[in-house]
Design a binder for this molecule. Structure first.
Ligand code: HEM
Length: 441
């Protein structure tokens, strides 16, 4: 349980609630036989309503996409709908994402100060160094016309940022290679494992690579005065006996894993969306360089990208107890799936939902209704790294957007694993902008 006090209140209404509408079991069976993507099944379930369900064997699953119901589950009653052992627990161990209860609370408290709007400014210099490296690569590519894999560049950038923030050092090729190899395997895991009875994949080799990366990070941090994210963890070990070597490893791997693929895929989608919507790029760049308006315009591009492609597209919870949810009866033991991907494309919450319209997030635009927008989650388990991620993406885009245009050679489709990411590489020509503002990355 995640909140301070245990939730002993009765369900919201005395009425028992109506039964959640469920997808015909024959349709679920057809989906299983076809080996279809989870998102296809959920899209079919969603057509039954914003709280709708299906069965997988004995397991009851309820998909929650209506904003008010999402808010109820994630923000108002995290004690009724708990985050259970994460599907990446085999990799992340007892790191914050997979932890729960009192341990989770301590772990979150230890890291919190690093991740406030103010706290992340400590890492500005390191982030700018990582930005400069990508800007230099793109300057070279723009000169030679050599295509680049923008998705790979964004992965390098986001891993470099987090690596520098832990060790003070730029990402070295060995770490990069080992982490990516392990990351590919992890990214291919299902977003939500239906109880198929299949044995979980054997990750022994990948775990050994991740452990080697973690050991290298700790050794590097010990040789550097900091401050760094890793120093906070090492200092915690002096105060809290539970911060064993193992927990430090788990927390470090959690930060690497949580902070890398999410940011990298968001940036890849953003370049694809700007290619399809060049007027939106021009509109953002019509603001004065370095101004607050430029920052707001770039933030709106990021927010709208995260509306269409919220990296963590599905967030499972476990109903600890019976409840009435938006008038529906939810039984204890039900698996709950909230999906920002589906909520963000719901036309009752977002008019013309498929269109990329950053003005939805202009300073003067009305704020989304509670539960209508949650790319970083909601409630106590909200993403710890919101400010960190937004800062690194903003710094990168403030440098790259005015200087380069990305012209993709293909139109990748979304693939839905642990994150929603473009399938395959994002090969593109990097074109210099003729009236470019000077590079300052
Ligand atoms: C675009 C970038 C990012 C997105 C879309 C994103 C999304 C999310 C979401 C949706 C959750 C909550 C999952 C749930 O409730 O089940 C989460 C949790 C978390 N994120 Fe992020 N994240 C991003 C960047 C980062 C970065 C840069 C870091 C760290 C450097 C980070 C660290 C974490 C951690 C530690 C948690 C677990 C928090 C807890 O359980 O208390 N994230 N993230």
């Amino acid at each position: 349980m995640d909140t301070a006090a245990p939730d002993t209140a009765p369900p919201d209404t005395a009425a028992p609630g109506t039964a959640v509408p469920e997808l015909d079991p024959a349709a679920v069976a057809r989906w299983r036989e076809s080996g279809g993507e989870l998102v296809d099944l959920l899209t079919a379930v969603r057509r039954l309503g914003g709280v709708s369900g299906f069965r997988l064997g004995d397991r009851r699953v309820v998909l929650v996409t209506a904003p008010e119901a999402v808010h109820h589950v994630l923000a108002l009653h995290p004690d009724r709908y708990v985050k259970r052992s994460h599907r990446l627990k085999a990799v992340l161990g007892d790191g914050m994402i997979a932890a729960s209860g009192e341990r989770w609370r301590t772990q979150r408290r230890v890291m919190q100060a690093q991740f406030t709007g103010q706290g992340v400014r400590r890492y500005d210099g390191l982030m700018r160094d990582a930005v400069a490296e990508i800007a230099a690569r793109w300057t070279g590519a723009a000169r030679t016309g050599e295509p680049r894999d923008v998705a790979a560049d964004m992965r390098h950038f986001s891993l470099d940022v987090i690596w520098r923030s832990m060790t003070g050092r730029p990402l070295d090729p060995t770490t990069h290679r080992e982490f990516l190899a392990a990351g590919r395997m992890v990214a291919a895991l299902p977003a939500f494992a239906p109880a198929t009875g299949e044995a979980p994949p054997d990750l022994t080799a990948e775990l050994a690579q991740i452990d080697a990366v973690a050991a290298r990070a700790i050794a590097a941090a010990r040789e550097w005065p900091g401050p760094s994210l890793l120093h906070v963890l090492l200092a915690a070990a002096e105060e809290h006996p539970e911060y064993t070597e193992r927990l430090i490893r788990d927390e470090l791997v959690t930060l690497l894993a949580a902070g890398y693929e999410t940011t990298a895929t968001t940036l890849s989608w953003l370049f694809l969306l700007l290619h399809e919507n060049p007027a939106e790029r021009d509109r953002a760049l019509a603001t004065p360089p370095g101004s607050a308006e430029r920052g707001t315009a770039i933030r709106a591009l990021i927010s709208e990208t995260l509306r269409l492609y919220p990296a963590a597209w599905i967030m499972p919870r476990h109903a600890e107890r019976e409840d009435v949810l938006a008038g529906y009866r939810v039984e204890a033991g039900t698996t709950i799936l909230t999906s920002p991907y589906l909520t963000h494309r719901d036309d009752t919450a977002w008019p013309d939902p498929e269109r990329f319209r950053p003005d939805r997030f202009a300073a003067t635009a009305p704020r989304p209704a509670p539960g209508a927008y949650y790319p970083f989650g909601l409630g106590p388990r909200t993403c710890l790294g919101v400010q960190f991620g937004l800062r690194e993406m903003t710094l990168l885009l403030e440098t790259l957007l005015p200087a380069f245009t990305v012209v993709p050679h293909t139109t990748p489709a979304p693939t839905f694993g642990v994150t929603v990411r473009p399938d395959g590489p994002l090969t593109a020509t990097i074109t210099p902008v003729r009236t470019a503002e000077p590079l300052d990355g």
